[in-house]
Design a binder for this molecule. Structure first.
Ligand code: ITT
Length: 194
């Protein structure tokens, strides 16, 4: 019998990526509809992920996976960082965030548009917490390209490629993404524990 683990995210794209990669080691349980929002007010990815894992595991009494992730742009001193989901304002959608990012990088040359996606993933069981991190380096494209993926994918070109994440198949993105790298470590950890 596989262990039941709560996937503590409301982002359907993250749910899909996590399920695809974890279904061989755990039985993924979705966050209950009525579960309250957790205020992501931390100043680091770790603080937010740890808080989500703690609150949702307390609520459901299940081992819980939570993650916080985002984009860090060197020319913006690491912004949008923990504000990635609301870079253009509290109610901003991905389109508005992407436009805002392009605006902030206007006039900045290709070699100075370096950035990274970062993922901090927490596995919490009872009172013990384990942290796994992933990172993928790349740069911000001069314009939007591609329609797959989500968030900043149409602007992010990973190192060694000429296409954005949004121009790639889910399989290709998933083979290198920040989330994939964190999940791979988590999977190894869960397999090892049995
Ligand atoms: P949960 O808090 O419910 O998990 P969320 O969408 O609010 O979902 P975050 O607070 O972690 O997630 O925000 C992460 C933001 O960073 C997300 O909305 C995107 O803008 C960006 N992001 C993270 N991973 C990404 C990826 O793989 N591709 C594109 N953008 C990504």
């Amino acid at each position: 019998m596989m262990r039941k683990v709560l996937i503590a995210t409301r982002n359907p794209n993250k749910v899909r990526e996590l399920q695809q990669l974890l279904s061989s080691v755990i039985e993924c349980v979705a966050l209950p509809e009525e579960a309250p929002e957790v205020d992501e007010d931390g100043s680091s990815f770790y603080e937010n992920a740890s808080k989500k894992a703690r609150e949702y595991s307390r609520l459901t009494h299940l081992p819980t996976i939570a993650e916080d992730s985002g984009l860090e742009v060197d020319a913006l001193n690491g912004a949008p960082g923990v504000f990635s989901a609301r870079f253009a304002g509290p109610l901003a959608d991905a389109g508005a965030n992407n436009r805002h990012l392009l605006e902030r990088l206007r006039g900045i040359s290709s070699e100075d548009r370096t950035a990274r996606f970062v993922c901090c993933m927490i596995y919490r069981e009872g009172d013990s917490e384990h942290e796994f991190r992933g990172e993928v380096r790349g740069r911000i494209a001069p314009q939007l390209s591609g329609t797959s993926g989500f968030g900043y994918d149409p602007l992010f070109i990973p190192e060694g490629y000429t296409q954005t994440f949004a121009e790639m198949t889910a399989e290709l993105k998933n083979s290198m993404s920040h989330r994939y790298q964190a999940i791979r470590q988590l999977t190894a950890f869960l397999k090892h524990r049995g």
